[in-house]
Design a protein around this ligand. Structure first.
Ligand SMILES: [Zn+2]
Length: 406
């Protein structure tokens, strides 16, 4: 909801970049070690300037250079791209064939927009604690699938500042995936195609009547949240439109007719009552169970924006940027407390600057480079620092191995 408090004016943004943005943290996370490597120096940054001017193929030698340029250009936000075979800023002087994306984090994007056909609490840009439940469910499913099925461990989830979430995976093997490999990995995790959301035809998740293993695993978890999220909080089948959607999953027309009559006659039956009606029928007709499982998957399985993940050269907004519409910081999230996360509790840039002002009055106006430590941004920066420490430990271990091996 727009509010007078949201101030993302150039002056506010500049103060944020100068005093609060954790450039060193971002550097460590992208670079995996203290001394600048190609992972940072050959990395593309893209800036969106005031007035929506887009500046691509920027690159920097270190965190200080990045900070200097950000403070000079004062972008509304900036994005992170792949590591190229040469420095992106030299692109114009390099033969076209010699400039190509080499490695980058494997990224995922989940956006509330793709849940608009099923969520009942908010519309359009709105998001609340209730519909965050869809995102939290998606995070659980994708996080475990990535760890258990693909063996990656270096995952960090970042709230987009409005109504979505990004996942960045920094394992060496994940960074080295080709576009083709990314495409098939995403395909493996995709069950619901957002582009097909308007079609009224019921989805087909099964091959020869059986669910693929990825869905089989996810379903065990999704069954545990379906009741609260879909039946209680969203009450998806309360309206006629809602229960007609549900009835599409039942292929036996006599069952459909009798349920429709029952539900028309007692409009006060909640989603939970209606689901229980179905469960009662299924208890004596087990052939109905796959249809009910399909409903659970359709309403709770992650809806991925696959295009974001398929190409190494896709740009994704940097953590700790400010969402221009909400003024909120794009903060990294702890996956173990994702269910309790409240998007409206994330600090806005205005709030952080007020916190700084309050400290300034107490301590006198000494400006330091890591003023974020004194604000409510601290736990989020600490989270990414801890994550980066894991990446750096990995690189150190690798190097030690190389040292001994000769
Ligand atoms: Zn909502």
């Amino acid at each position: 909801m727009p509010s007078a408090e949201i101030d993302v004016s150039p002056e506010v943004m500049l103060t944020f970049y100068r005093r609060l943005y954790p450039f060193k943290t971002i550097f460590n996370w992208l670079n995996h070690e203290h001394a600048p490597s190609r992972l940072f120096t050959h990395r593309e940054f893209a800036f969106t300037l005031q007035g929506d001017v887009y500046l691509r193929y920027q690159s920097f030698n270190n965190a200080d250079e990045l900070k200097k340029q950000v403070c000079q250009l004062n972008p509304t936000r900036f994005e992170i791209g792949p590591v190229y075979s040469a420095r992106p800023r030299d692109k114009k002087t390099i033969r076209a064939g010699a400039f190509s994306p080499q490695v980058r984090e494997l990224v995922f994007d989940i956006d509330m927009t793709d849940y608009d056909p099923i969520r009942t609490c908010c519309k359009d840009a709105g998001i609340c604690k209730k519909c965050w439940g869809f995102i939290a469910a998606a995070v659980h499913v994708i996080d475990s699938a990535i760890r258990d099925e693909f063996g990656y461990e270096k995952l960090i989830w970042v709230y987009s500042g409005r109504r979505g979430i990004h996942l960045w995976i920094s394992d060496k093997e994940a960074m080295e995936l080709t576009d083709q490999q990314r495409k098939s990995l995403v395909g493996w995790l995709t069950a619901i195609h957002p582009t097909a959301k308007e079609s009224s035809k019921k989805p087909n998740f099964r091959f020869g009547g059986k669910l693929p293993p990825s869905l089989q695993n996810a379903l065990q978890y999704l069954k545990t949240i379906f009741g609260e999220l879909i039946l209680t909080e969203q009450d998806c089948f309360e309206s006629e439109e809602g229960y007609e959607e549900l009835l599409q999953y039942i292929s036996d027309s006599r069952t459909v007719e009798s349920l429709r009559t029952k539900w028309e006659d007692s409009p006060s039956r909640s989603s939970e009552d209606k689901w229980n009606d179905l469960l009662r029928i299924a208890s004596s007709r087990p052939n109905l169970i796959p249809a009910l499982e399909d409903v659970i998957i359709q309403y709770t399985y992650p809806r991925l924006d696959a295009e974001v993940s398929k190409h190494r050269n896709h740009l994704l907004k940097a953590p700790f940027c400010i969402h221009p519409k909400t003024g909120r910081v794009c903060v990294p999230l702890d996956v173990t407390s994702i269910d309790k996360f409240d998007p409206e509790g994330v600090p806005t840039v205005g709030q952080l600057l007020q916190e700084l002002d309050a400290i300034g009055r107490e301590e006198g106006a000494a400006i330091s480079h890591s003023d974020w430590e004194k604000t409510s941004l601290k736990p989020y920066v600490d989270l990414l620092d801890r994550h980066s420490q894991g990446l750096m430990d990995e690189v150190r271990k690798e190097k030690r191995k190389d040292d001994v091996s000769w």
